[in-house]
Design a protein. Structure first.
Length: 403
């Protein structure tokens, strides 16, 4: 059986760690699977393994400099364009810190900023460095942005100590790369609509009702969907986030605007991920100007119910996949199961917003996934991008009948 890596252009970035000797084996294994390897080395990496070693194994010249007079295009741009995947192994605490903070002062970090393909990072360092809160924050930040990490592992370190910090085994890394390449194709030729963010319900020209949703979960779902080959239509309420690259983006304000756009696009899609926090109510009357403060001690407003977009989708879904989200403060599973049934959903992601580092505005969440067959999966605290991966895994199971 042909490997998923066959004829794939894989950039292999090597930074300055003694674990660079393991990258020799990684490249050998990748070549065995008929991948096309393009090695990149930092200046310090050459102190551990000579560039000629990687050049011989890959049959390609090692890129070490950002500028080459004989080339028409900068190496970091040409490499970024052709890459199907970028592996950084070993990845030192230094290189991870630079990437996390947008520093691009060598060929490796500059290429990372230019690339659109998946980036897989294999950390290697002493356990003290790995456990440092600064490094942990950098790693969490990159996970939020969608970077993939494999390892490190527990074991004997170069210092003679034992702890977490060993670069992952080369065979495990190559297996993981195959999985990443397969994932990038599993929703090819499929179209999904993702909603994100809050809605705003206007009271007058300067005031509105809304909620605490940041849109981070919806945008993470959109990014992961793009990564896995789907065409993504993103309908978003107001957020401070930039739309992910390659999405078809439609900004909206109110629940009624979101309803219209979702219904207009529903016939085009294979499924909907309704991650937006849509306001349940809106003011019955919107004032044309500004409501002025006067001698009244109270301002009494009449609110009316907004359309239930998810319910309407459930009524006309047919064979489409429908995923709902619910934020609760008590009876999480009970409320999630009720919504799953009432809205005719295939999957629901429920979270208790009273928990620390969960819910609105955070980069992390704690989620319970329940599918239409009653299967429940509890996800511990993790980044919203990692949760997005799990949600898309479940969608794949439902779509292709493996659950």
């Amino acid at each position: 059986m042909s490997s998923a890596l066959k004829n794939k252009n894989i950039l292999v970035g090597i930074s300055g760690s003694i674990a660079a000797y393991k990258t020799v084996e990684i490249i050998r294994l990748l070549r065995k699977k008929e991948a096309i390897i393009h090695p990149l080395m930092t200046k310090s990496a050459a102190h551990f393994v000579h560039p000629l070693t990687f050049q011989t194994l890959s049959s390609r010249k090692v890129t070490r400099k950002m500028f080459r007079e004989e080339e028409k295009e900068m190496p970091h741009l040409s490499l970024a364009k052709l890459a199907d995947l970028f592996l950084i192994a070993p990845a030192t605490a230094n290189i991870i810190g630079k990437i996390a903070n947008g520093i691009a002062d060598d060929i490796l970090t500059t290429t990372v900023l230019a690339i659109r393909a998946p980036v897989v990072i294999a950390p290697a360092m002493n356990y003290r460095m790995f456990n440092n809160p600064i490094f942990q924050a950098n790693m969490r930040k990159l996970k939020v942005f969608g970077f993939k990490f494999i390892g490190p592992e527990q074991g004997a370190l170069a210092s003679g100590e034992v702890g977490i910090g060993r670069m992952a085994d080369p065979h495990h890394i190559v297996e993981y790369l195959e999985k990443i390449i397969n994932f990038s194709n599993d929703f090819r030729n499929k179209t999904f609509l993702v909603t994100a963010g809050p809605t705003r319900e206007s009271l007058d020209k300067v005031r509105f009702f809304s909620n605490y949703s940041s849109g981070k979960m919806g945008y993470a779902l959109a990014e992961e969907g793009i990564f896995r080959g789907a065409r993504i239509i993103l309908v978003s309420g107001p957020t401070s986030l930039n739309p992910p690259a390659d999405v078809e983006f439609y900004p909206v304000e109110s629940a009624k605007e979101m309803e219209k756009k979702v219904m207009d696009k529903f016939h085009e899609v294979d499924g909907v991920l309704m991650a937006a926090a849509v306001a349940d109510y809106r003011p019955e009357i919107k004032k044309e100007g500004k409501i002025k403060k006067n001698s009244q001690r109270e301002l009494i407003l009449k609110l009316v119910q907004n359309p239930d977009i998810l319910e309407k989708l459930g009524e006309r879904k047919k064979d489409k996949i429908l995923v709902g989200f619910c934020a609760e403060t008590k009876d999480l599973e009970k409320e999630a199961k009720k919504k799953l049934k009432e809205k005719n959903l295939d999957l629901i992601a429920a979270n208790d917003i009273t928990l620390k580092a969960a819910g609105f505005g955070t980069d992390t969440n704690i989620v319970t996934l329940i599918d239409k067959n009653g299967k429940i999966e509890h996800l511990s605290k993790r980044s919203k991008r990692e949760i997005a991966v799990k949600v898309w895994d479940k969608i794949g199971d439902l779509l292709y009948g493996t659950t």
